[in-house]
Write a new protein. Structure first.
Length: 107
């Protein structure tokens, strides 16, 4: 199993994918949700999304849910390890903002 990189900075795309998967979602739904959450700044192409999904599954941060019958749509959901990685990123981002605000006087 690959090393746990939950303390490393996440890309914005990975961060939003993890946030999206706090509820089960299929690929197209993830793409739409990421775009909405980011205010349109992060738009994922299918190849980028599925590359990220494969990487996140390998890390154990998300898991594919059992399929329904003959449906080709795979749904994914965040795991406990993925939640830990997302929480660590929130803390990292808070530290960045806190330090910036402290040094720049809240401007």
């Amino acid at each position: 199993m690959p090393a746990d990189k939950s303390n490393a900075a996440l890309t914005e795309a990975v961060y939003y994918i993890l946030l999206s998967l706090h509820q089960p979602m299929h690929g197209y739904g993830i793409m739409q949700n990421v775009e909405q959450l980011s205010g349109g700044r992060v738009v994922l192409a299918a190849g980028t999304l599925y590359g990220a999904i494969n990487n996140l599954v390998e890390r154990g941060w998300i898991a594919a849910l059992p399929g329904e019958g003959n449906s080709r749509k795979k749904e994914y959901e965040i795991t406990d390890r993925g939640r830990k990685a997302a929480r660590a990123e929130v803390e990292r981002l808070k530290e960045l903002v806190d330090n910036g605000s402290r040094i720049m006087g809240g401007r």
